[in-house]
Design a protein around this ligand. Sequence first.
Ligand SMILES: C[S@@+](CC[C@H](N)C(=O)[O-])C[C@H]1O[C@@H](n2cnc3c(N)ncnc32)[C@H](O)[C@@H]1O
Length: 359
Amino acid sequence: MNATARLADYRHFEYERTLAKMELKALGAAQVREVAGGYSFVHSNPLHIATRATYFADVMVDGEVIPAAQRHIELEHLKSRGGSRRQATRFGVHGFHEYKGKFNPQLARALINIVDASAQALVDPFAGSGTAVLEAQRLGLAASGRDRSPIAAFIADVKTEALTFGDHQALMKRLAAFSVQVGDALKRGQDTEELAVVPWLHTSSQVYLSQWFTTNAFGGLTAALALHRGSSRPLHERLSLLAISSILRGASLQDPQDLRVRRRKDAFVAPPLRDLYLERIDRFMIGLGELEPLGAARARVTVGSAHDGDLFQNLGGGRRLIVRSLPMPQPSPTSTRTGCLCWRLVSPHPSNYGRWKSR
Ligand SMILES: C[S@@+](CC[C@H](N)C(=O)[O-])C[C@H]1O[C@@H](n2cnc3c(N)ncnc32)[C@H](O)[C@@H]1O
């Protein structure tokens, strides 16, 4: 069938236009030709392009317009932000925590499509906040990630769980009720400046952390953390911890403009933590509401080294991808995002995968 894929109405980088064309071909389109605003092509099932491709607004077949799934979720997200003529990179759970060096989700999605659109599994050994793992899940791949930073692995793992959690309505209800208690604790602790005991936080961690907050902010934080269980926390509690973690940059004595460990130079009064936290919870709720229901088995992101061979072992058979960034963010003149590389794994023996990193 003859069809036309129209590019989404934001300004694409040159590399994105190139990836868009490569994706069409990788997804089975033939006779791909550039036309005003997009590409014409021939495909036996143009719906497949609308479902999988990354950079298009829609696909037109015989005068019928099929909205592209990716652009649809971006537009849903942008509705709550006002404005639509840009690419949304924080849709769904992607915006739950800022993580330096985070991938652009569209890039991860496009690379999966281009490198092997039939892949069944993906591994990201430098998973960071889990962008590639999440995009793999959204495309129906089994996915697994690893990061040596416990906070990165926590962020990524909570997001993958939220993506696959069966009942978002029930989750939102629990999170809403719990966040009221946590918000009240933040306020009470901040007002009274009393330090609460957080049973699951080691005393040495508590002492170290206390040096990075004003007394009233630390009072609020300990009161809130004491409400979260130490182990076997249900997802709404883990999301709440993620929300607390994501407000710390603006609430601590760390200079928020400096990526290194540096204290603020000027006197600092911590803002009302309850307001910051509840605003973040609101955003989480909106993000959860944007998600397409995903019944897929959940991915895992665990703490450990990229060099551990076992990362590749429990992914089942079939075609596998490995995606990775550089281990550290590499600032470039135009962006602080990292590059992203994706390979198809060709060895059928998982025991060989441990050696990939030395090549
Ligand atoms: C640029 S970040 C990845 C960001 C990720 N792509 C995302 O979208 O959030 C690189 C990650 O590699 C991790 N890392 C560096 N060396 C590692 C190693 N040897 N094993 C596991 N993780 C490592 C860092 O902790 C960091 O989170």
